[in-house]
Design a protein around this ligand. Structure first.
Ligand SMILES: Cc1cc2nc3c(=O)[nH]c(=O)nc-3n(C[C@H](O)[C@H](O)[C@H](O)COP(=O)(O)O)c2cc1C
Length: 395
């Protein structure tokens, strides 16, 4: 087989992931306004499961009771049934991929332009955040997920505690050791809640890409600390912070995607391919030098199986995250494995999907036929909507 490393299995706490392709978390806008699983959401994941990715991280599920329209929720036990039906539906479509759930605590924003900051939390509110993560992870286990990813990247609560922009003056802010405290408490509580045999990974920013934000220097230290604690994988994302966001349009909340930091999360077509591989490479080296073997997941405009195999062969990462590429063509993995790469419908990194998410609309792909809500099955290049962007942009 051509892409031996990409299609080799990997184990985490005894759980076998059939290959190195991880479909990273992607908010779909397909949950109900109250955060419940819908048939369309199930259909989206069922379609993706059939395409051969070794693991799927189901989109960020909110763990706190505050309103967050169209985001999945896992903030009380009433959500377990819907999430279980989702996992069952995915498994019925294809029992092979491991199915994880990303759990997320967010900082509130409002249409007035106000946004909550980590400095706003009173000390007595922090144990509540820890407890919310622990309870949500128990629910994820009850719903039948194979693993959990703790969201510590982008503009969310734990990322904001980790970031250098955290200026709290108590034990939870300021120097790195303090900024790590809440995320570590969360990790430990989640580990306690799910037990020793259940994989728990984290997602962090390799770099915040904002003034005063974390750089690779901080993220290497953060990653090594979580590797030491036993995190089962470390997924490296980037950017998507509010600090350099543009002023929002009237009556719209601030948009973390609007500044340069936002542009780094899902690199646009004009970014080089494999845009974050160097971050994962730096982090992986530092984690390995510390003597830890936690797998590193890289992501960011990885377009071809050849690129993915190269990253793995050069030891820059242990797993390949694909997000938009699999939204566009869920069969990317199976087509690559079977040597049918010419049949892959290429994501052009146009960020139509991301812009829909920023408008709180349902996320779709610009290459799908008009009106489609999931990728056609089968989906071949001659069925795709033409793209005005270059399909073959490389370094
Ligand atoms: C519409 C959309 C929604 C996303 N939602 C999430 C999310 O819920 N959690 C997360 O960690 N990353 C999220 N991401 C980031 C992706 O997981 C991924 O890191 C990013 O798109 C870069 O990978 P890619 O080039 O393969 O798309 C989202 C990206 C897009 C385009």
């Amino acid at each position: 087989m051509q892409y031996e490393k990409l299609f080799s299995p990997i184990k985490m706490r005894g759980v076998a992931f059939p290959n190195r392709i991880m479909r990273t978390s992607m908010v779909s806008g397909l949950a109900t306004e109250d955060g419940l699983v819908t048939d369309l959401l199930k259909e989206r994941y069922r379609r993706e499961a059939k395409g051969g990715a070794g693991s799927i991280v189901v989109e960020a599920a909110v763990i706190l009771a505050s309103r967050s329209s169209f985001n999945l929720r896992i903030s009380d036990d009433s959500f377990i049934g819907g999430l279980k039906a989702l996992v069952d539906a995915i498994r019925e479509a294809n029992p092979e991929p491991k199915v994880g759930l990303q759990i997320m605590h967010f900082l509130k924003i409002s249409r007035s332009g106000w946004r909550q900051k980590v400095e706003d939390f009173k000390p007595e509110e922090l144990p509540v955040i820890v407890e919310q993560h622990a309870k949500a992870s128990r629910r994820a286990v009850a719903a039948g997920f194979d693993f959990i990813e703790l969201h510590m990247a982008h503009a969310y609560t734990l990322a904001s505690f980790l970031s250098k922009i955290n200026k709290r003056t108590d034990r939870y802010g300021g120097r790195l050791e303090n900024r790590l405290r809440l995320p570590i408490e969360v990790y430990r509580a989640v580990r306690g809640a799910v037990g020793e045999t259940f994989p728990v990974g984290i997602r962090i920013n390799g770099e915040d890409f904002t003034v005063e934000g974390n750089t690779l220097f901080q993220s290497t230290r953060i990653a090594r600390r979580f590797a030491r604690l036993g995190a089962d994988f470390i997924s490296v994302s980037a950017g998507s912070r509010f600090e350099d966001a543009l002023p929002p349009a009237p009556n719209m909340p601030p948009d973390p995607m609007s500044g340069y930091s936002g542009h780094r999360m899902s690199p646009w077509w004009w970014f080089p391919d494999m845009a974050h591989a160097y971050l994962t490479d730096g982090i992986r080296k530092y984690v390995r030098d510390g003597g830890y073997d936690a797998p590193l997941v890289t992501v960011g405009k990885i377009r071809t199986a050849r690129q993915a195999e190269q990253i793995l062969s050069e030891g820059k990462a242990d797993m390949i995250g694909l997000c938009r590429a699999l939204l566009c063509d869920p069969d990317w993995p199976v087509k690559a494995k079977e040597g049918r790469e010419k049949d892959i419908v290429q994501c052009t990194a146009c960020n139509w999907c991301l812009e829909a998410d920023s408008r709180f609309e349902k996320v779709t792909c610009s290459r799908w036929p008009e009106g489609a809500m999931v990728a056609p099955e089968p989906f071949l290049p001659d069925m795709a909507r033409p793209s005005e962007l270059p399909e073959d942009a490389t370094l």
